[in-house]
Design a protein around this ligand. Structure first.
Ligand code: ADP
Ligand code: ZN
Length: 721
């Protein structure tokens, strides 16, 4: 890697100048054509050697913010990261883009770690990932020769007791500023309320930090929520989702370890490749589960909240919440693990009133009762909302979305309003007649005139509304009663066995017989059909067929390189390939998300597959090979490195270069021939033209003498006098 930027003092450049250099790196190493919001400003701030706190949602693009400064400067970027698995993933991703990175951690041998620390001083490693505990040890030994561009503190909320992932090692990171007062610090997190934010800045002793708050919108994730689906219905829907995303992976989040184990077992019984993950497993078991998930050995992980912080897998296509999470921050972070590559993804949440009761009991046992209770309340409101879910979510993060999103269950099937007065009155009077002593299931049984034993024993078959709701199914009643709860007519007494009670407002409505408007109940199966198209049917569209072919190519490359498939190319990039069908290297390199290194490594197999698919000649001509040589040259490879990368002789590389010069495509010769070599060649050409090749053949690599002549012709052609 050539580092032309190393000696620049960025503080003397304008914002635009820094931005344009940063953009060049983004295009070259990541293959992206533009920055996401804030990324550029965050990078500029770091290059000016100033501190910042960066708040962006998971998948918002935080890594680019601290990785690009590593490409722009001579110094190394030190990234503090809480989890070893996360570090490994990030390092692998960087290397796959051609950026030298490494990690120092307790799972590697001391020798490996020592070697990496030595390499730091040579400037070879651009980005180093390290745990806070380890950094605190190592840092004391670093001397002033070590050129550090930036400290990036990832998952910075771990510093704060207010946050939910408190980690003691983080609190001692103030030592960074003591030891390296002139190195900028960038603290990054996806979850931080105001308190945590201030805590981060204070504890790290940041100097006049600028706060960047990114948009929390993740429009590519579709969102839906369902109240109280039964066990078998949940399972059926989860199977459906898995089937719809063949070859992709997803997470089922459960509230309890037992719940996770149950679902995992049932999925495996049904023939799905699934694995379980929770804090009750040993560290080794957890690492293994995570590894199998990341490598794509299994499609599904059934997990508790313990899973995920270290997951940087870009092709998670769906997340199911089998239970309601305890607050919106958790929910949003968990669904945010899907679709990080920007391609469409799906988030489905199931919840039941039993979940809420359990969560309420957690809250009651927790330290910050009032706060947690409020957060749970907001989560519940989100789940029960009949407004666009994304608007509700974003408003929680103080962001205004001024239109309905069109990609949530409410938007996709906007509720039809019906006169629900009779329904409301039946339900409410039944509640009153039981002395407000029953839960939702018993209430529905009463309304539908069920004759189960407990009901009869308690005499509920003799009350006036018994059987008054036979005309509706259990699910319909369930849906309408939920709405009555959302409307505030009925409440659930979580502290009294989840019994239903009328609220003051409910009593008034019942007494006045006021009109109640409800949303027509639509069974989930018939909602949002758009997204649940079955793919099991044998007829694939051409685009789907190409997609399968390209994923197959990707899988082969991944196996060969022993990396997970998404590190070769992400799903999003595969989709772009299907869309644009590049048939040569040039157009392949222009695809969003394909940087220089991936172009060089992968264009042949993918372009060949696409050409075959389109019925084109699959022999990639000489012209393409020359183009490739030129690209490598422009990326800073010298002739020997090009030969090695392509597995050809240096003589062939010189031949390509000669033809490129003849075609006026190569115009800067400084990296292919030295001034001495050129002058010597010209000298022989003049003094001994007939023996030109014999003489120079002994002095120069084969192919270079011919290149020298081509250059001389070029200069003659372009001589302007
Ligand atoms: P975070 O660390 O904030 O969770 P990442 O840095 O992992 O998010 O980025 C999420 C995804 O978005 C990655 O696949 C990344 O390559 C991609 N990405 C980042 N910046 C851009 C950009 N400017 N244009 C397109 N994709 C981007
Ligand atoms: Zn919506």
């Amino acid at each position: 890697m050539r580092s032309d930027n190393s000696k620049i003092d960025y503080r003397s450049l304008t914002d635009d100048e820094i931005a344009s250099k940063a953009w060049a790196m983004l295009a070259r190493f990541y293959g992206y054509s533009s920055f996401r919001p804030l990324q550029q400003d965050v990078i500029i701030r770091a290059m000016r050697r100033l501190d910042s706190v960066v708040l962006m949602p998971t998948g918002g693009g935080k890594s680019v913010c601290y990785q690009i400064p590593a490409l722009l400067s001579s110094g190394v970027v030190i990234v503090v990261s809480p989890l070893i698995a996360l570090m490994h993933d990030q390092v692998a991703a960087l290397i796959s883009n051609g950026i030298p990175a490494a990690t120092v951690n307790s799972l590697q041998s001391d020798e490996d770690n020592r070697e990496i620390m030595e390499q730091l001083y040579t400037g070879r490693i651009r980005v180093l990932y390290i745990s806070p505990e380890r950094l605190l040890l190592e840092m004391e030994r670093w001397n002033s020769d070590l050129d550090i561009a930036l400290f990036a503190i990832d998952e910075a909320h771990c510093i704060s007791q207010w946050g939910h992932d408190f980690r003691p090692g983080y609190t001692r990171l103030s030592r960074i500023k003591e030891l390296f007062p002139h190195v900028p610090v960038m603290a990054l997190t996806a979850t931080a309320d105001r308190l945590t934010r201030e805590d981060i800045a204070a504890q790290l002793r940041l100097e006049d930090p600028r706060l960047f708050i990114g948009s929390f919108d993740r429009p590519n994730i579709s969102i839906s929520v369902q109240v109280n689906p039964g066990k078998s219905r949940r399972l059926r829907q989860i199977s459906d989702i898995i089937d719809r995303h063949r070859g992709d992976s997803g997470i089922v989040y459960c509230m309890s370890r037992k719940g996770a184990e149950d679902i995992d077992k049932q999925l495996r019984d049904r023939g799905y490749r699934s694995v379980v993950y929770h804090a009750g497993l040993t560290a080794a078991e957890r690492t293994e589960a995570q590894r199998r998930f990341i490598n794509g050995d299994v499609q599904v992980v059934c997990a508790t909240v313990a899973f995920g912080m270290g997951i940087d897998k870009s092709n998670i296509r769906w997340v199911v919440h089998n239970n309601m999470p305890r607050n919106i921050e958790c929910y949003y972070q968990e669904i945010g693990r899907a679709g990080r590559d920007g391609a469409s993804a799906e988030a489905v949440m199931f919840y039941s009133y039993a979940d809420i009761a359990t969560l309420q009991s957690f809250v009651d046992d927790s330290g910050q009762q009032a706060l947690n209770s409020e957060k749970l309340q907001r989560m519940k409101e989100f789940a029960e909302s009949s407004l666009c879910r994304r608007r509700v979510l974003l408003s929680y993060f103080n962001e205004i979305l001024d239109h309905d999103c069109g990609n949530c269950d409410v938007c996709l099937s906007p509720p039809e309003r019906i006169d629900g007065t009779v329904i409301a009155l039946k339900a409410m009077s039944a509640i009153v007649r039981t002395g407000e002593n029953v839960g939702i299931t018993m209430l529905i049984d009463i309304l539908r005139g069920a004759s189960r034993q407990e009901l009869v024993q308690r005499g509920y078959d003799r009350i006036k509304t018994y059987g008054a709701g036979r005309d509706m199914s259990f699910a319909q009643w369930n849906g309408y009663i939920s709405q009555l709860i959302q409307l505030g007519l009925i409440e659930i007494a979580y502290n009294e066995g989840n019994h239903l009670k009328l609220t003051a407002y409910g009593r008034k409505v019942l007494a006045d017989r006021s009109e109640v408007t409800l949303a027509r109940y639509i069974p989930f199966e018939s909602r949002g059909k758009r997204s649940s198209a079955k793919v099991t049917e044998p007829q694939l569209t051409p685009a789907q067929r190409l997609m399968e072919i390209l994923k197959e190519v990707r899988l082969k490359l991944a196996r060969k390189e022993a990396v997970p498939p998404y590190l070769v190319l992400s799903d999003k990039v595969i989709q772009e390939l299907v869309r644009f069908e590049p048939v040569d290297m040039e157009s392949f390199s222009r695809v969003e998300g394909i940087g220089e290194r991936k172009t060089v490594r992968y264009w042949r197999p993918f372009v060949t597959a696409i050409r075959r698919f389109k019925g084109m000649d699959v022999k990639l001509g000489n012209g393409m090979s020359q183009e490739e040589t030129l690209l490598l040259l422009n990326s800073g490879y010298d002739v020997a490195a090009i030969a090695e990368a392509k597995g050809i002789k240096t003589a062939t590389v010189y031949q390509h270069l000669t033809e490129l010069v003849n075609a006026d495509k190569l115009t800067d010769f400084s990296t292919v021939i030295t001034r001495e070599q050129y002058l010597r060649a010209m000298n022989v050409a003049k003094s001994n033209p007939t023996e030109y090749y014999e003489i120079l053949g002994n002095e120069m690599p084969s192919g270079l003498p011919r290149l020298a002549l081509a250059i001389s012709d070029f200069l003659l052609r372009h001589k302007t006098d």
